[in-house]
Design a protein around this ligand. Sequence first.
Ligand code: TYD
Length: 225
Amino acid sequence: MTFPSASQPGLFIAFEGGDGAGKSTQAAVLTQALTDAGKVVLRTREPGGTPVGEKLRSLVLDHGQGEIDARCEALIFAAARAAHTVQVIAPAMARGEVVISDRYIDSSIAYQGAGRGLGAGDVERVNEWATQGLWPDLTVLLDVTPEDGRSRRTAGDAAEDRLESEPDTFHAEIRQAFLDLAAAHPQRYLVLPAGQPVAELAAAIQARVSALLASHPAGQPAGTA
Ligand code: TYD
C-alpha cells in the first residue's frame, strides 16, 4: 500500500530546521491559529509520536547508550518514522485532518545524509520505504546559523542531546543540506530566516497555509466537509 499525500483528504505540514531554530514555537502558534479557525489539527513530533517512537527517541538522543554508528542511527530514526507514519500521520490524513509535524524525512536527509555523511540518496530511499512514500504537502524551513541555534537552545542552560552537542561544523552541513533540499523542491518548501520576530514568521506561515487550504480544504470537523 502506498499513501502519497496528494491522494489523501488531509493536509500534511512539516517544520524543519537546525536545532534552536524555533520550530516548536511556530508549530504551536500555527496549531493554535488553525484550531481557532475551526480546523481539526493533529500536532506531532519526530522522533516520537508513538509509544515505540518515544522509546526509540530516548535510545537515539540520550547520552550513555553506548556506540551508535551512523547507519544504526539512520535506521532508528527511520524505524520511529515508520511507526509514526502508519499509526499517526496516515490515519489523520485519511480522516481529512491538518497534520503538523515537528521534523520529518528531511531531518534524516540533513542530519544522517549530510551530517553523518551517509549520502542523501540512500537516506531518502530508506525513508521512502519506511513511510510508504508519504511526503508533506508543505515543509516550513526555519533557517538558522549554527551559532544562533546554539545560543538559542542553550539559553537557560538546557542540556544538549547527542545530536545537538555535535560541533558547529556538523550543524553548518545540516543547514546547507536543508537549503539544498529547499532549492530542489521549491513548490513544497517555504524558507524563512529563523531570526525574524515570532509574529512575523507566524504571519508568513499562516499566509502560505491559508493559500494551500483554499485549494485543498482539509481540517473540516467531521460531518461538515
Ligand atoms: P528535536 O525534537 O527537534 O529536538 P528538541 O526536542 O531537543 O528540540 O530533534 C531531536 C534531534 O534529533 C535533533 O538534534 C535532530 C535529530 N534528528 C535527526 O538527526 N534525524 C532525524 O530524522 C530526526 C527526526 C531528528
